[in-house]
Design a protein around this ligand. Structure first.
Ligand code: MLT
Ligand code: MN
Ligand code: ZN
Length: 304
């Protein structure tokens, strides 16, 4: 399985257009060793020709242009993307669908019933897309049943309900339901290897930990180093936990939880612009690397 990171940043990207936090200011002025990052999305394929897109970010136009397999050029209008899977209904994970409206047929979009509800009510993207080619919705159930996708031979997908938050415009904003946030196990039957992808994760429940243990690679929520990071920067009084993101550095945070896992390669994705790990010379970055954890970056390729 080939996994390509299209966007490794959180909502807003890095640097964020209106942000003058320590990181955004320093990356802009060239005073920091680190990489700019576009918003959260990955694509993967078993045969290298037919790809599934996980999440459609507002940066998708540049992301597709940056990766040649996305445009195989076989017909007058073409794409390497066979289907789209959404992990949630957040703006940074879905707004790219609007940019993909010129598709020649309805997009095959796989997501939970909860995400469908958000995208036809609080953030009615699917309703808007009905005025173009529309969306062919395929339900991802919350019972961890495996499914396959036509053309994506050799790949078996499992949607895993995880605890995080529903978006601000969701009808279930303050009473999340299973399916508001999904992680995914993707197994390649040709290699026997599997990836677990969860860009938004508020709590590592036992069933999620089991998927971590058995994965060959985990790509997991890397939003913040500390829970109060955004209020410390004077940006927002919201805690990361209120936005459904588990921090990396606390006792039961992501670093201590995943560092001891011996099987999987461990990679953070959806990294917020306030996170000190973005500075490759910071002590936090060093701590993470010493814990055996990598940072995803735009353009990163993973072979499983
Ligand atoms: C999140 O991951 O919490 C959201 O995407 C943040 C945002 O973009 O507003
Ligand atoms: Mn996000
Ligand atoms: Zn910033």
């Amino acid at each position: 399985m080939k996994v390509h990171i299209l966007g490794s940043g959180a909502g807003g990207g890095f640097p964020q257009w209106n942000c003058n936090c320590r990181n955004c200011r320093r990356i802009r002025s060239g005073d920091m060793r680190g990489k700019a990052r576009s918003q959260s999305s990955i694509t993967l394929s078993s045969n290298g020709e037919d790809w599934v897109l996980f999440n459609a970010s507002p940066d998708i136009r540049a992301q597709l242009a940056s990766f040649p397999p996305m445009q195989p050029g076989r017909e007058i209008r073409d794409t390497g993307i066979s289907a789209i899977i959404l992990s949630d209904a957040q703006i940074d994970h879905t707004t790219g669908l609007i940019m993909l409206r010129e598709h020649i047929k309805p997009w095959d979009v796989y997501c939970s019933a909860a995400v469908l509800q958000d995208l036809t009510s609080g953030y009615p993207l699917f309703n808007v897309l009905e005025h173009f080619r529309g969306v062919n919705w395929h339900e991802i159930t919350t019972d961890q049943a495996s499914f396959t996708i036509p053309k994506l031979d050799g790949l078996i997908f499992t949607g895993v309900p995880i605890k995080s938050e529903a978006p601000p415009y969701s009808p279930h904003r303050h009473n999340t339901v299973p399916g508001d946030n999904m992680g995914f196990k993707i197994e390649d039957t040709n290699t026997g290897k599997n990836l677990f992808y969860a860009p938004g994760l508020g709590e590592i429940e036992p069933h999620v930990y089991e998927y971590f243990e058995n994965a060959d690679c985990i790509l997991v929520d890397g939003t913040v180093w500390t829970n109060d990071e955004m209020s410390n920067e004077g940006i927002s009084n919201k805690l990361a936990s209120e936005m459904g993101h588990l921090d990396q550095s606390s006792e039961h945070g992501i670093m201590n939880t995943i560092s001891p896992l011996s099987k999987p390669r461990k990679i953070l994705i959806h990294i917020n612009n306030t996170n000190p790990i973005l500075d490759e010379e910071s002590p936090q970055h060093a701590e993470l690397i010493n814990a055996g954890i990598e940072l995803a970056f735009d353009g990163m390729d993973i072979e499983l």
